[in-house]
Design a protein. Structure first.
Length: 177
């Protein structure tokens, strides 16, 4: 899910507030849990986006669901609902998580390959990526058989495509022009 500019602004405000109150890790856990609830529960998504349910009722339900959260988190969620922005709470939570990773120097890297990579190849890829960036890598792996062979490494706005499928597409492009 791509976060809107408004969600990013709210997430930045929450980040600043949680740092100021020395509750960054607790608020990060809370926002991760909120994202999980949203992703796993369609009724929750519908509840947040419903224009029929009044703000005070939404605040009461959100307090019931997330009442055990850190005080900063519960006050923030109540403020968002009071301002009528509860439908973007999941986007705020996602943006907050990304801002926390950025603050802690964690870089997300995705490796997509046609088959599972053996440990040696995976280590070589990670070592090459680590050499180009500062910070800790958070590596996720995916398998996509349509790549035929090879891999794609995605890191932020950068993508390195070393897949057989892309090489074949490039070859086809050269042969047809």
């Amino acid at each position: 899910m791509k976060s809107s500019k408004v969600a990013i602004r709210y997430a930045q405000a929450l980040l600043d507030l949680s740092i100021e109150n020395n509750t960054l890790d607790a608020v990060n856990r809370d926002m991760t849990y909120l994202s999980t609830v949203n992703n796993e529960n369609r009724d929750f998504q519908l509840f947040l986006s419903s224009p029929i349910i009044k703000a005070d009722k939404k605040i009461a339900v959100l307090n019931e669901i997330f009442g055990a959260f850190e005080t900063v988190s519960t006050a923030f969620i109540a403020l968002i609902a009071k301002n009528g922005r509860e439908s973007i709470l999941p986007q705020i939570a996602e943006a907050f998580h990304e801002l926390v990773k950025e603050k802690k120097g964690i870089v997300s890297v995705s490796i997509v390959s046609a088959t599972a990579l053996d440990a040696g190849v995976k280590k070589q890829i990670i070592d090459k990526v680590q050499a180009t960036t500062k910070g800790t890598l958070e590596v996720t792996e995916e398998i996509d058989a349509s790549l035929i062979g090879g891999f794609i490494v995605k890191m932020g706005d950068t993508q390195i495509d070393a897949s057989v499928a892309s090489k074949l597409a490039q070859l086809k492009q050269r042969l047809t022009t």
